[in-house]
Design a protein around this ligand. Structure first.
Ligand code: FHN
Length: 416
């Protein structure tokens, strides 16, 4: 009906309850692990952009296909690591802007199955391993395909630079990309679609509305990220944390552990577990999720620095589980010098202490009387002092919590 034909923003207004129900697991999940894996991890160069920006020729870029061995690839171990991080979902590149499919596409020969020494669909065992662990599985899918002869605008070598865009070419490309999308849909039935590259064409050119309908007809519960020209379900800020809580209802910060999405040996600018944890706390305190990226090598091994961050994050998540998963974004900034979250019924407030803060910690402007204050994950009860309380009011004034050094976590201490 005409209602379904309206852009998503409209649909959300007309059917908010249904959308909310569909989005619930995502809102509760908080942490996802992003995986950028492809032929770019052979030489460790920028995924797709290296040839797009002419740092390397398209031919040299594609030659990496002969080095994608996946010979140490252990999807069960990947899934174990993702589970250990505490992530409730994962998103893997099924195809980046370079056009190389990681499943056995029937629509061309440009896949890990047909063109690489790995000689197989590397996605199926991963989706299976992830789902065996009760983790949601998402598909990153680049709308852009800078290798397809029919993809207009960018042309991969100078001889083709002369080819004019025409509607027949675009029509062929649209059929091709939607055909590949249908393959991914039918083979993996993703819990979440993570589109990328929508900026190169309009919603009409992509047929974004038709795509959304196709995916949600196949699986009404599938979630679509915001990069489908207005037809997605949630917003996807990238790398730099937005200072203010985004106005969009659901959102997810996607972020790398060093400075790159795919594996790049020269990039040793690793974030520490502490940095990742504080950024994560900031995201959930502002009502969002974090999608933390790893870039495995072409042989399928995961850099130890990334593994370490995931494991440390996982230990911290486990200890502070109740303060993180299934919570709501916290009280407005300014009441407390750090991120906060709230239990769903808003009866419990969680305070995330930055760095190694101890001593008299202030929180102000609370609506409800305090029952007790404990340290999450170790149960120690803490003393507090209320300052400037109005005698007839149940509302605490300014509260000072006494946090002894002995209760401090290695990373962020959480109080409830
Ligand atoms: O161009 C890509 C980039 O390579 C990477 O995949 C990131 C992940 O969010 N997205 C694109 C840029 O927005």
């Amino acid at each position: 009906g005409p209602q379904q034909e309206q852009p998503l923003q409209q649909q959300q207004k007309t059917n908010p309850e249904e959308i909310k129900e569909k989005m619930q697991w995502f809102a509760d999940a908080k942490l996802g692990i992003f995986i950028h894996w492809g032929i770019y991890s052979v030489n460790g160069i920028d995924e797709s952009w290296s040839f797009h920006n002419r740092k390397i020729s398209h031919a040299d870029y594609m030659a990496q296909i002969k080095g994608f061995t996946a010979d140490k690839y252990d999807p069960q171990a990947w899934a174990d690591l993702i589970a250990a991080s505490g992530a409730r979902y994962t998103v893997i590149t099924t195809k980046h802007h370079d056009g190389v499919a990681l499943w056995d596409t029937k629509l061309n020969d440009l896949s890990t199955a047909k063109a690489t020494p790995a000689k197989r669909d590397v996605l199926t065992p991963f989706f299976d391993a992830i789902r065996q662990r009760g983790i949601k599985a998402g598909a990153y899918f680049s709308l852009i395909d800078w290798t397809s002869d029919d993809y207009p605008g960018f042309l991969k070598d100078s001889s083709r630079y002369q080819i004019k865009d025409d509607t027949a070419r675009w029509e062929r490309f649209r059929k091709f990309y939607q055909g590949q999308m249908a393959e991914v849909m039918n083979q993996f039935n993703p819990d979440l679609w993570w589109f990328d590259g929508d900026w190169e064409h309009s919603a009409d050119e992509w047929e974004a509305q038709k795509v959304r309908k196709m995916l949600t007809t196949h699986n009404p519960n599938t979630i679509i990220n915001g990069r489908l020209m207005g037809y997605g379900d949630y917003d996807t800020p990238e790398q730099n944390f937005p200072v203010q809580r985004p106005s969009f209802r659901w959102w997810e910060l996607c972020m790398t552990i060093n400075n790159n999405w795919g594996w790049q040996p020269q990039d040793t600018n690793w974030k520490t577990p502490y940095e990742v944890i504080t950024i994560f706390a900031d995201a959930i305190g502002n009502g969002g999720n974090m999608l933390l990226d790893i870039g495995p090598k072409a042989d399928g091994t995961i850099p130890p620095e990334e593994e370490n961050v995931l494991r440390e994050l996982g230990k911290w998540n486990k200890k502070h589980e109740t303060a993180i998963f299934g919570t709501l974004g916290g009280i407005p900034q300014g009441h407390f010098y750090g991120p906060t979250t709230l239990s769903k019924d808003s009866s419990t407030l969680y305070l995330f202490l930055p760095a190694k803060q101890s001593g008299e910690i202030m929180v102000k402007g609370l609506d409800n009387a305090i029952k007790e204050i404990t340290v999450v994950g170790n149960g120690t009860k803490l003393k507090h002092k209320i300052v400037g309380k109005i005698s007839w009011s149940p509302v605490p004034g300014i509260v000072y919590i006494n946090v002894p050094e002995t209760v401090l976590d290695t990373y962020m201490t959480v109080l409830e």
